[in-house]
Design a binder for this molecule. Structure first.
Ligand code: ADP
Ligand code: MG
Length: 384
């Protein structure tokens, strides 16, 4: 039987490892993005939701400036002395939780008196479901409570992003952390990354479920394609003389095509058209117009595949085979270069779609994806 990862599990393992009871257990969810990809760092629009898979952080207090961190399924108990060095060199997986400790200490001016941290998560890593935001937000909301720092949920989200950008070195946006902090049951989070307005959008999924098809092709956002896409967007901003790609309206696309090289233009076209698709998707979910959602997802996936070039053959196959088997909408989700695709599927058809996708992968000679449904759930919170 699969292990149940929950707050009690994290508390038990904390006690076994460190020999005392934790001060508390906090958790934060991963997220699936319904639509709006690579728009967050371009001051654009996104529509993610927090999923019912979480990272739990059991935390105990120390007084000697030492932070110890262990994580279920990850190697070692990493120990760092914040008392000696205020900015110790952090590497590997521990850069995520320890980076948050460092950034929150900088932001709040609170000295790190020391913590023992035990993490346990059922968010798959590198699957496009943002295990990184889950771990960051779980630790950040915990420290905000423990230090009584009074940061808002937006501030905590931005602290998580800052840790990922400056300590881990992954130039990611802040969509994931906002979804993890603001998630609500049965709702998506509509976030305007320019104004930072955030609003829960009731999804009314009813008899539909969100199926995740994790290709298990691992990406890393600290290196490679993600960073190069960001660079392309930055260079387009320079050439176009705007402050962000959000300032480029559809009627400026002709001008963009003349000024930019062919590849950079396609990157820009994706971002500009994706923002419009997000707005239309909010309206379509409001109207429960699943046909319109299907069209928007299809256009979004095609744009990521052909213009932004972040899909993979396995992600394309997941989308195509799930649609063929009866999904009403499907697209890759997350940063791309591997990870997961999502599909909206009527509950009764989920088993049939799952086996059709498995079959299609086997026939194509790929390892079948890991498939499971996710439910829009509550954001970061204290559990114990
Ligand atoms: P994603 O956010 O899509 O899952 P990322 O590459 O952004 O993928 O982040 C995954 C990395 O975050 C992992 O390789 C690991 O270093 C770190 N990480 C995520 N969750 C945990 C965890 N529960 N324990 C330790 N490290 C984690
Ligand atoms: Mg991530």
């Amino acid at each position: 039987m699969a292990l149940t990862i929950d707050a009690a599990f994290a508390a038990r393992n904390f006690e076994e490892l460190y020999g005392y009871s934790p001060e508390g257990v906090w958790s934060a969810p991963g997220r699936a993005n319904l639509i709006g990809e690579h728009t967050d760092y371009n001051a654009g629009l996104v529509l993610p939701f927090a999923i019912n898979r979480r990272t739990f952080a059991a935390i105990g207090l120390r007084t000697d400036g030492t932070v110890r961190v262990a994580s279920e399924g990850f190697h070692g108990v990493i120990e760092v002395d914040f008392g000696v060095q205020s900015t110790p060199a952090l590497e590997g997986w521990s850069a995520y939780p320890l980076g948050v400790v460092q950034v929150l200490s900088e932001l709040t001016g609170h000295a790190v008196e020391g913590f023992d941290i035990y993490l346990a998560s059922d968010v798959p890593t590198g699957a496009g479901l943002s295990s990184s935001a889950a771990i960051e937000c779980a630790v950040a909301i915990a420290l905000n409570d423990i230090w009584d720092a009074g940061l808002s949920r937006s501030d905590i989200a931005l602290a998580g992003q800052r840790a990922e950008n400056t300590v881990v070195g992954a130039p990611t946006g802040f969509m994931d952390q906002f979804a993890s902090m603001f998630g609500e049951p049965d709702s998506a989070i509509f976030l305007d990354c320019r104004s930072m307005d955030v609003r829960a959008v009731p999804l009314g999924l009813g008899d539909f479920e969100v199926l995740v098809m994790d290709t298990q092709e691992k990406h890393s956002h600290a290196t490679g394609g993600y960073a190069s896409r960001r660079k392309a967007c930055d260079s387009a901003v320079d050439v176009m003389g705007v402050s962000t790609l959000r300032d480029i309206t559809t009627d400026m696309l002709d001008e963009a095509q003349q000024k930019l090289d062919e590849e950079t233009f396609r990157r820009v076209k994706h971002v500009v058209t994706e923002n419009i698709r997000v707005e239309n998707a909010v309206a379509a979910f409001g109207a429960r117009d699943f046909e319109a959602i299907g069209e928007l997802f299809a256009a979004s996936h095609a744009s990521m595949r052909d213009d932004f070039e972040i899909s993979t053959p396995a992600l394309d196959l997941a989308v195509e085979s799930s649609l063929e088997a009866g999904a009403v909408a499907a697209r890759m989700t997350g940063g791309g270069f591997g990870g997961a695709a999502i599909a909206l599927v009527a509950s009764a058809q989920v088993p049939e779609v799952m086996s059709a996708v498995t079959e299609a992968f086997t026939a194509a000679g790929y390892q079948p994806p890991l498939q499971f449904t996710v439910v829009p759930s509550q954001g970061a919170r204290r559990d114990i």
